[in-house]
Write a protein that binds this ligand. Structure first.
Ligand code: ADP
Length: 208
């Protein structure tokens, strides 16, 4: 047994020790619809795809969570383009469920699609329609621009309070419907920060 495996024996032991396993150790990945959809654990900012999706807020001026991480890692170009979009197209802010696209600055992806998820409990029962619109409109904008690989975070499930198991059903249904009607997309990656969130998503998805 080498030094590494002697020190770190099993994921189970690591969980018991409340330690975070090294990234290479948790290559947890599920695929659906013949590999068209991948559920992965990782950082959305690290995804090398045509477009990553930002769980933005309507100001498009950055924020916490995914939004903050994307602006931090991508650099000032993204904010500059967002400001221009606000000035020219959405002076009142980007409405919930709508999407816009910017370049990706220093990120490994080529573009960032910004969408505004619903705040759970604040849309008089239309939260699920609005959440589905985020996914559908992001995919639609991507293929309109010839982008075929796209990575999503779990929109609205952080600060916006959408329970992950409910969001899993809504988002997976929206993605599946879109893919069934549009053959251009080559890969949809759904990215979770924590393995427990990815597991919960896999339990509640309706891809199949
Ligand atoms: P919202 O405001 O739409 O709720 P958040 O950014 O607060 O969006 O969180 C959305 C989800 O993204 C949460 O489940 C959170 O754990 C997850 N998350 C936060 N940062 C990252 C990241 N860098 N990569 C992937 N997922 C992330």
């Amino acid at each position: 047994m080498d030094r590494f495996s002697a020190r770190i024996k099993t994921i189970h032991e690591l969980h018991e020790l409340h330690e975070r396993p090294p990234k290479s150790f948790v290559q947890m990945s599920h695929t659906f619809l013949d590999g068209l959809i991948k559920v992965v654990v990782g950082d959305i900012t690290a995804q090398r795809v045509d477009a990553i999706v930002n769980a933005a807020n309507s100001s498009l001026m950055g924020g916490g969570g995914v939004d903050g991480a994307i602006h931090r890692a991508g650099g000032p170009v993204i904010l500059e383009e967002c400001k221009e979009i606000r000035r020219t197209r959405y002076p009142q802010g980007l409405p919930t469920g709508e999407v816009v696209i910017t370049s990706a600055g220093d990120l490994p992806s080529r573009f960032v699609i910004h969408t505004v998820g619903p705040v759970y409990g604040q849309h008089a029962g239309s939260e699920s329609d609005l959440l589905a619109a985020c996914y559908r409109n992001s995919l639609s904008l991507a293929i309109k621009d010839g982008l075929t690989t796209i990575a999503f975070p779990a929109i609205s499930t952080g600060v916006y309070g959408y329970p992950l198991h409910e969001a899993a059903a809504v988002s997976s249904e929206a993605i599946k419907r879109f893919l069934l009607n549009n053959g251009e997309v080559q890969e949809v990656r759904v990215v979770f920060f924590r393995d427990a969130d990815a597991d919960l998503f896999v339990q509640h998805q309706c891809f199949e």
